[in-house]
Write a protein that binds this ligand. Structure first.
Ligand SMILES: Nc1ncnc2c1ncn2[C@@H]1O[C@H](COP(=O)(O)OP(=O)(O)OP(=O)(O)O)[C@@H](O)[C@H]1O
Ligand SMILES: [Mg+2]
Length: 253
């Protein structure tokens, strides 16, 4: 699979401080890639540097075969890269429908936007029944679903998600896992930062592990459950053994 989005030896950070060191990774259409690692390891910074929210000191970002290094977030959205930040990812004082409208802000064809909203409501019936509710009144899981749905309203080829399961209990996490699997099956590339390692690896195809801003390991998701991971080498898994299949909520197609 050729990557639709990739980075080559990216160095990034804030002001004059380099946080990310020489990170090269990629995600292909119809693939979920997990970016894992402990707190403060630079996962969010890495995602942010793709979109111009963090400073890119060196290296390149490629999208669909073109160098897009230094692109603004607005341009990224219009090119097909949608981003769901770790926090503040919905407008709490707007309704679900209004949040979805905002997700389509760069699109002009009203009937196509209407179709997209009805497709979104088919995929997220949980949101359809509450479409006139304010986003601020939703549960954590519903809010995360809305944030993802809003990002999809931009018709992305790539979805960048920063900790979509943060602070959620197992039930909403399972719901979101199945939604992400459907999104992947629609051919969208998903790059997902997560600290819920097991859940992230249960649906991802491959993973990368960042520690202190460097990629210390990468591989297919099954291999990342290898012995050294169960020994808490990088990821802090609590148990010695973990059956990845237990956490699957979908088929493997
Ligand atoms: N806006 C900022 N300005 C300066 N330093 C920052 C900024 N945001 C993050 N950092 C620093 O960059 C480092 C990496 O932070 P980052 O948020 O990317 O890590 P993370 O892996 O996403 O952590 P978490 O799992 O807690 O979300 C940390 O040392 C953090 O203090
Ligand atoms: Mg983070």
């Amino acid at each position: 699979m050729a990557g639709i989005l990739s980075t080559q030896n990216v160095k990034a950070g804030y002001n004059d401080v380099i946080i990310i060191h020489d990170v090269s990774l990629e995600v292909a259409c119809g693939e979920i890639v997990a970016i894992l690692g402990p707190n403060g390891s630079g996962k969010s910074t890495f995602i942010k540097c793709i979109l111009g929210f963090a400073k890119l000191f060196d290296g390149n970002v490629l999208y669909d075969g073109n160098i897009i290094t230094g692109i603004t977030s607005d341009k990224a959205v219009s090119m097909g890269i949608s981003y769901v930040p770790q926090i503040n990812n919905v407008f709490p004082n707007l309704t679900i429908s209004e949040n979805l409208d905002i997700g389509a802000y760069h699109r002009s064809n009203k009937s196509e936007i209407k179709n997209s909203i009805s497709e979104i409501f088919d995929m997220f019936p949980e949101l359809a029944v509450k479409k006139k509710n304010l986003a601020g009144n939703l549960s954590g899981g519903e809010r995360q679903m809305l944030a993802i749905a809003r990002a999809i309203m931009a018709q992305p080829k790539v979805l960048l998600l920063d900790e979509p399961f943060a602070s959620l209990s197992p039930k909403p996490i399972a719901v979101i896992l199945s939604k992400l699997t459907s999104i992947k099956q629609n051919g969208i590339a998903i790059m997902m930062v997560e600290q819920n390692v097991r859940e992230a690896l249960s649906i991802s195809d491959r993973g990368y592990v960042l520690v202190n801003g460097s990629c210390v390991m990468s591989g297919n998701s099954d291999s990342l459950f290898a012995e050294e991971f169960s020994r808490q080498k990088f990821l802090g898994l609590e148990e010695k053994k973990f059956d990845r299949n237990k956490f699957r909520v979908h088929n493997d197609s």
